[in-house]
Every structure is written in C-alpha cells, then in structure tokens.
Design a protein around this ligand. Structure first.
Ligand SMILES: [Zn+2]
Length: 80
C-alpha cells in the first residue's frame, strides 16, 4: 500500500493575501478526504507556518486513524 500524502494544499480565503484566509486545507491522496484546520491566530504576519504545521498534524492523525500501517508507538503522542 502506498503511503498517503497531503495534496492540493490551499487556503480558504483571498488568494492575493493569504494571511487573511481563515482556513488551511489539503486532501488525502489515499481516500481523497479533505483535511481542514482553522487558522490559529487572526492577527500577525507570520501565522502561515504555524497553521500549516497544524494541518500536517491533523493529517498525520487522519493517516493514523484511517490508513495506519506504522507502529502504533510512533503515533502515541498524536492520538493521546
Ligand atoms: Zn485518507
């Protein structure tokens, strides 16, 4: 089985100014489910990185729940 990847990552919001966007989303390459996280903070210029990290964490949890093939120990911290 192929390892699922987060694809089609984008922002919900104005394209010209990504920092005004409220949500970050991506799609699971395995089951095509949309993973979406709300933006952490609404102010400040450097929240994109933080929100992206949240999205990837949400995706890792998704992979663990739906496509788990790795050692459960590796994911203990994520699901705890
Ligand atoms: Zn999936």
């Amino acid at each position: 089985m192929k390892k699922p990847e987060l694809t089609d990552v984008g922002w919900l919001g104005p394209r010209d100014e990504m920092d005004r966007a409220s949500h970050r989303f991506g799609k699971c390459s395995e089951c095509h489910e949309i993973i979406c996280v709300e933006k952490v903070v609404t102010e400040g210029p450097s929240t994109q990185q933080q929100t992206s990290e949240m999205l990837y964490e949400a995706f890792r949890t998704h992979v663990k729940l739906k496509h788990s093939e790795a050692s459960p120990l590796e994911f203990t911290a994520v699901v705890a």
